[in-house]
Design a protein around this ligand. Structure first.
Ligand code: DON
Length: 545
């Protein structure tokens, strides 16, 4: 696709929601200086690579959905398996999975997509000079930023991981402990990498000294990434997954993310089941949510890169198939997941570090961007000299037949490891609009991303909640396997839980949040709103506030 620069200036206004106050402030600074939503989104993502290193990254990847007038685009900067990766690379000589190999250390890392991906996003949709967009991140890394409680706690939680890699411990566990909240941290190696990136774009990272350092860090911790993998990596502009639901237009991420697919299938089923007409917070609504997700996540088993799938994804999104699935739902009884198979004709073979940001600018352009290292601090390997951590995204592939990934997702052969392949994701950067109202939203927390994103969307487009309320309302989750409704405290009262058990559901109160949403909205007349999830310390803001 040609690199079209949006003509209309944003007029210095906009709204941003991200996981950290310092990053949201960078986005607002870029909007005030005339940047577009894409300029601000990229600047926020790079600021997160500094101040939110457990998830923000140069060593990971992600997805973005962009709306610029009538042009809707989707950018895939997902990591790829290194060229030397192979189908059974996570199995030992005994054909058993090697514990933790897809999660910790060099073998767990995919080839980073962020350096080329963020550049591609700004190149196509930005208004400012590239160096201007990178500059705030350089400043934060060079001059220092304040350690937040969230960063401190994340390091504390992942102390064992970071301590296994002396290079990572030297930066993130100085003196053996996480830096205290409020302390100023400077990251000179990262500042130098970012300064070069500001001057030269992705070449500064995917070739030359930094690429050699990535290879050396990977090699010394048993990894397969080579400098040639970095320079061969290409982000891909894809047709967004577009559909209508409850009178709204929705654009979300297509494969290799399952996020848009799960939203499209399950919202389609809900519409056919007249979900919106049932009372708010009713047992019927919770039951139907669990049943549609159970079916959508069962079909997720078949997903992978389109060329590697046995079933054409368009068949899985065919209205007839969605209707057939909806008709199979018993309004009064849970269907056991063991009785819900993926799409007919295909027998299944035998058998939390992400961050989302949303930006809207004064011209109404929206960016919804989710980026990840997979687990907090990725595989734990820090690239000395380059100043960033490598992801552990290889765990999103099927690492052994029938073996659930770290989010409990059971996946199929189309998502097995292959050289250069992109691993299936659940990230769901989404944009929805109707008339003059438009919304950009997304979430973190792995398999719970599509279901949390969908519930907030429903709160807004069906139940018309105020923005913050829509985000904060307690949520539930079902992902086919394990066969249970995960509930947040307060999501369903005791009577509702008992009624759902009566219908055959298993209810389990979850550890950790069901998603952490960052959202912006533009209202008719041009008023802008932003909200960050009450479940986390994220920060929303508007210019002029
Ligand atoms: O792409 C995926 O679906 C996962 N790698 C996302 C990981 C995640 O959300 C961790 N969250 N906090």
């Amino acid at each position: 696709m040609p690199a079209a620069r949006p003509a209309e200036a944003a007029g210095g206004s906009g709204a941003v929601s991200s996981a950290e106050r310092a990053a949201t402030d960078v986005g607002l600074e870029i909007l005030r200086s005339g940047g577009s939503a894409a300029d601000a989104a990229v600047a926020v993502a790079l600021a997160l690579a500094v101040v939110h290193p457990q998830a923000g990254n140069l060593g990971g990847g992600g997805f973005a959905v962009v709306k610029s007038g009538d042009e809707i685009s989707a950018l895939d900067f997902r990591e790829t398996a290194p060229g030397a990766a192979s189908h059974d690379m996570f199995l030992g000589a005994d054909r058993q999975p090697v514990p933790d190999a897809s999660l910790v250390g060099g073998l767990a890392a995919g080839v980073p997509g962020s350096p080329a991906g963020l550049f591609a996003l700004q190149h196509r949709h930005g208004l400012l000079a590239w160096s201007r967009v990178v500059e705030p991140a350089v400043r934060l890394a060079r001059d220092g930023f304040t350690v937040t409680q969230r960063l401190h706690d994340a390091i504390e939680d992942e102390k064992d991981l970071l301590a296994r890699f002396p290079e990572s411990a030297a930066v993130w566990l100085p003196g053996g402990e996480p830096p205290a909240p409020g302390r100023l941290v400077r990251l000179p190696d990262l500042a130098a990498t970012l300064a070069d990136y500001a001057a030269r774009g992705p070449e500064a990272i995917v070739t030359g000294r930094v690429a050699a350092e990535v290879e050396s860090a990977a090699r010394s911790h048993g990894g397969l990434i080579r400098a040639a993998d970095l320079s061969a990596y290409r982000p891909v502009w894809r047709e967004p997954l577009r559909f209508r639901a409850f009178g709204w237009e929705i654009a979300s991420m297509p494969l290799p993310s399952s996020g848009g697919f799960i939203l499209a299938q399950s919202l389609g089923m809900l519409e056919r089941l007249h979900w919106a007409e049932r009372p708010r917070a009713s047992v019927d609504r919770a039951h139907l949510l669990a049943e549609v997700w159970r079916r959508a996540y069962a079909d997720r088993f078949l997903l992978g890169e389109p060329a590697r799938m046995a079933t054409d994804v368009s068949r899985l999104l065919d209205p007839d198939w969605i209707a057939e699935r909806a008709e199979g739902i018993d309004p009064a009884r849970a269907t056991p997941s063991s009785a819900v198979r993926p799409y007919p004709g295909v027998a299944p073979r035998e058998a939390a570090a992400t961050t989302h940001l949303s930006v809207v600018d004064g011209a109404g352009r929206l960016v919804s961007l989710t980026t990840t290292l997979n687990g907090w601090f990725g595989c734990g390997v820090y690239v000395v000299g380059a100043g960033f951590l490598l992801n552990n995204e290889m765990d999103d592939f099927v690492t052994a037949p029938g073996r659930p990934n770290m989010f409990g997702l059971v996946q199929g052969e189309a998502n097995s490891v292959a050289p250069g392949a992109r691993m299936l994701s659940s990230m769901s950067p989404t944009i929805a609009w109707r008339g003059d109202t438009s919304i950009a939203l997304g979430s973190r927390v792995g398999s719970r991303i599509p279901t949390s994103t969908m519930q907030v969307l429903l709160n807004l487009i069906v139940d018309r909640d105020p923005l913050q309320e829509a985000v904060d309302r307690p949520r539930i989750h079902h992902q086919w396997l394990p066969d249970q409704i995960a509930v947040e405290p307060g999501a369903l009262d005791e009577r509702a839980r008992a009624a759902l058990r009566e219908r055959g559901h298993t209810i389990r109160e979850v550890e950790g949040p069901i998603g952490e949403i960052c959202i912006v909205r533009r209202l008719p007349g041009g008023a802008l709103e932003a909200a960050a999830d009450g479940r986390g310390p994220g920060a929303a803001g508007r210019t002029g506030q």
